[in-house]
Ligand binder design. Sequence first.
Ligand code: ADP
Ligand code: GN1
Ligand code: MG
Length: 360
Amino acid sequence: MESSNSQNLSVVVGQFFPQEAITEIISFGNGHINDTYRVSFLYDPKYYILQRINTNVFKNPVGIVENHIKLQQQLADKNETRVIPELYPTQNGSFLFVDGAQNVWRMISFIEESYSIDLVEHEWQALEAGKAYGWFAQVCATLNASDFVEAIKDFHRLSFRLRQLNEAIAANKAGRLASIQDIVDFYKSRESKLRVIESLVDAGEIPMHVVHNDTKINNLLFKDDKAIAVIDLDTVGPGILFYDYGDAIRTSTNLANEDEQDLSKVGFNLKAFEAFTNGYLSQVKTIVTEKEKHHFYLAPVLLTYIMGIRFLADFLNGDVYYKIAFPEHNLVRSKVQMRFIECMEIQQDKMIQVIQKELM
Ligand code: ADP
Ligand code: GN1
Ligand code: MG
């Protein structure tokens, strides 16, 4: 089914809200994975979010919905300062609708009067982002990781991502390898020192928590000057707490967008780093172990590296995973991650100081 076909979309919306007269269905947001639409109805001032779940990426949408419901239950009846989107059922009481072409759809509440950002331009935004993702970590702290489905196996496992990169290099499906050998060389040069964390995880020295697993800045929604909602819950499940911290630092402290073409604009925003770290660690410091404390500083580089090699592998594979807006998009994204790693390496001592001030 053509997802942009409004008649078909109306049929999908009708599964969730059979009584309502639809006034508008528009494409919405800047996600790289799902197809997101904002829906409005006559006589209802509220908006709703309709999403087609990308089942090439998420092979177990039922598991994702089960995770989402567990999170909703965790938050139910609590007077929380922040929210997550709520699932709406279809008229059959299911939280997913599968159409004739096997597209999988869900409807969630729209976070009213909110906006997302792709770049931190003011320190307060980083502080708010840190507090919001820290809040999320706190909410999940009493959940049991083994009760949650792993949405994508080995999602942040470095050895898995390196294997995918090596396979993409060997296959060179899109014939692009020769033009990017220098980028490949950069990533290869950083590989061995980043493997340390995985060994600790495998040795059971770093605990599993329920975490978000996709904490980029545009998976938060702001209202006025507060980050009020954590969204994009597809990857929520078992994971490593400081990986959420690392992935959030990747997009909250870069002076440039994830896909900035002018690499001279990429830079590490130390003030934003201090603000995010302060906001985040003030919420999570009571739940981190001694061992975890000593490894927080490695997570921003590790997670930036993982995203960098994922973008690169996708470029080599001919852009089969992430949505792209132009042919070199994945390469541009990968180069930004590379440059950002170099920026963070220079600032490593300062990053350690900031984290220690909050945690030790
Ligand atoms: P993807 O997995 O493709 O990134 P997201 O769930 O992050 O999908 O949604 C993409 C974008 O749509 C978000 O960055 C946000 O701008 C917007 N969005 C998603 N859910 C909501 C919601 N419940 N309320 C308001 N905006 C939303
Ligand atoms: C994807 O879904 P979205 O756009 O928030 C990706 C993340 C990457 C991110 C890079 C399920 O996130 O892992 O960090 O793009 N999500 C999935 O922008 O692969
Ligand atoms: Mg998203």
